[in-house]
Write a protein that binds this ligand. Structure first.
Ligand code: FDA
Length: 390
């Protein structure tokens, strides 16, 4: 039987980083993946330019049952470490906004760089490999459709459930269950939200409209753009808040963030102007102002508002409540919330506490970043840390 020091299952972001790091330490590493192509999610990320990290990646930009868990890995391998790696390969990048760093040219450069790093570590790679089972008899034994392979350390880097069309599978969660490693509940995250039928009818004509808002749900609060779609709402503000949203929860939306609607309206008590025109003046897209005010019953002139209705309108503008009926699911989600419980892993090494030699890294772990490069940073950091220890 073939034997390696380390087998890494999953040749995605975390798996490539881990394999390269372990290989460069002199470990004999095999990287296995059932997909034919390397790192498909890196390839399609960031509109083909890969938002590879966020310069502000801190532990409190991640959701987890234990929010402190990711601190150690993020400190051991920082955004600057990844930027330094890019510099060694001459890959140029730019900051778009909010610390989000993208390649100037293509996400393919990141894949080629990680591939080159693996080659430096003499990592053997086998793609298109179906994993049939994993067992443990001293060594781990990975049974594949092409035969059994043994290893001392097994690293599970199979990612989450999102975008099954390009290789996502639940293998990592199944392996955790098999080895008695606890899981936290899974849910699609960084995902568009859908409307109830009544809301969909009211806002159908808004598809394509985008405006800046401040959204709150649970412990989440984000000021970004919301985009109305044919099915509901999307855009960065919604993707961010979706990680904090649970079914049945209302989202509170400030439609005029940073401004005081009561003050703005109070100065116009005698105006003949329509409320919709005033809101367009204060920054709302025309289509949104017309549709929203109609639904809210404020399709009137400013002078027609009484002090009471003016107060109600200001309140509705700053605290609009929307109750989505669901998400667009794993087909449209960027990531999976939840996963291998951080209670079952060492935060310093990513090794399972109860199963020496077994590691879980990347998205399969219950560490989920915000939108904006945070999830790749977790993949690099956790992959590096496991690669140093496996
Ligand atoms: P990843 O999914 O990268 O890799 C898992 C690997 O395991 C895959 O190669 C898969 O084929 C393999 N695998 C799965 N099941 C297997 C099995 N049964 N047998 C063998 N192999 C198996 N994040 C970010 O920070 N910035 C961004 O710009 C984006 N953009 C983005 C766009 C889109 C459309 C999506 C869907 C996601 C993003 N993300 C992102 C999220 C980011 O892609 C994600 O968090 C990381 O790729 C996770 O890295 P992993 O290595 O954990 O999983």
């Amino acid at each position: 039987m073939d034997r390696f020091d380390v087998i890494v299952i999953g040749a995605g972001a975390a798996g490539l980083m881990c394999a390269a790091t372990a290989g460069q330490r002199g470990r004999r590493v095999l990287l296995l993946d059932h997909a034919q192509k390397l790192a498909e999610k890196i390839r399609i990320s960031g509109g083909g330019r890969c938002n590879f990290t966020n310069s502000g990646a801190r532990y409190d930009c991640y959701l987890s049952e234990n929010p402190n868990f990711c601190r150690s890995a993020l400190a051991q391998y920082t955004p600057q470490d990844f930027i330094d790696l890019l510099a060694r390969y001459g890959i140029s990048w730019h900051e778009k906004k909010l610390g989000q760093l993208f390649c100037d040219e293509s996400s393919e450069q990141i894949i080629a760089m990680l591939d080159a790093e693996c080659q430096l570590g003499h990592v053997e790679r086998r793609m298109g490999v179906q994993i049939v089972s994993v067992s443990r008899d001293g060594d781990f034994v990975v049974e594949t459709a092409a035969g059994a392979i043994a290893c001392a350390s097994l690293v599970v880097a199979t990612g989450g459930l999102s975008i099954p069309q390009i290789g996502a599978s639940p293998l990592g969660y199944r392996l955790a269950e098999q080895f008695g490693v606890a899981l936290t509940p899974l849910a699609p995250a960084l995902v568009p939200l859908t409307f109830h039928v009544e809301d969909a009818a009211c806002f159908a004509e808004l598809a394509g409209v985008s405006l800046e808002v401040e959204l709150r749900a649970g412990k989440g609060c984000f000021r970004e753009n919301v985009l109305f779609t044919h099915k509901g709402v999307s855009g960065p503000a919604i993707l961010q808040i979706s990680s904090y949203w649970t079914p049945g929860m209302e989202i509170s939306i400030d439609l005029l963030p940073g401004q005081d609607a009561a003050d703005l309206l109070a100065g116009r008590e005698h105006s003949e102007q329509r409320v919709a025109n005033a809101l367009v003046e204060w920054g709302w897209p025309r289509r949104f102002a017309d549709a929203w005010l109609k639904v809210q019953g404020f399709d009137v002139r400013l002078r027609e508002l009484t002090p009471k209705t003016r107060g109600r309108l200001a309140e509705a503008i700053h605290y609009w409540r929307l109750k989505p009926n669901g998400t667009q699911g794993y087909k449209k989600a960027e990531v999976t919330l939840g996963g291998v419980s951080t209670r079952a892993l060492s935060s310093k090494t990513l090794q399972a506490n109860a199963v020496p030699g077994l590691y879980f890294i990347g998205e399969v772990v219950d560490v989920t970043g915000w939108l904006g490069g945070y999830n790749f940073q977790w993949a690099w950091s956790s992959g590096f840390v496991a690669g140093k220890n496996c």
